[in-house]
Write a protein that binds this ligand. Structure first.
Ligand SMILES: [Zn+2]
Length: 133
């Protein structure tokens, strides 16, 4: 924090600037409030953009037949960025955990499918399998 009048370094709780004797108390409180409101407003807009991008990509992921990997990565990036940068947003938190659980379940499902596939392949007669092709 610096004094508005002379630019000297000041502490938050100081009443007067030690250099120019400028009264800091009222001004600091007001500017702090303003910056906090401005920041939360900006954060709200940015977190909404994150949520919007995430939802668009999730919808695309489930409706489009192609480029699923790209939509997945974009959704992942937007929700992880939102989760790290705007931890106050409850919507982002919920979406992040839902997404994480979804991904974990999906990976588990693939592992289970792979294991059953491998079991089927090893149990099946190889010459019998070629008839399906
Ligand atoms: Zn000063």
């Amino acid at each position: 924090m610096v004094c508005k009048k002379c630019g000297v370094k000041i502490e938050k709780n100081w009443e007067y600037c030690p250099n120019c004797r400028e009264n800091l108390l009222n001004e600091n409180i007001e500017t702090n409030k303003e910056t906090i409101i401005e920041k939360t407003d900006k954060d709200k807009t940015n977190s909404m953009i994150c949520i919007f991008v995430f939802l668009i990509n999730i919808i695309a992921l489930f409706t489009m037949d192609h480029y699923n990997g790209i939509f997945f990565i974009l959704a992942l990036i937007s929700i992880v960025t939102g989760f790290i940068k705007y931890p106050n947003s409850k919507i982002i938190k919920v979406l992040f955990w839902l997404f994480l659980i979804g991904v974990i379940l999906y990976v588990l499902l693939i592992i289970v499918l792979l294991i059953t596939c491998l079991n089927m392949i090893t149990n099946c007669d190889v010459s019998g399998m070629s008839n399906f092709g």
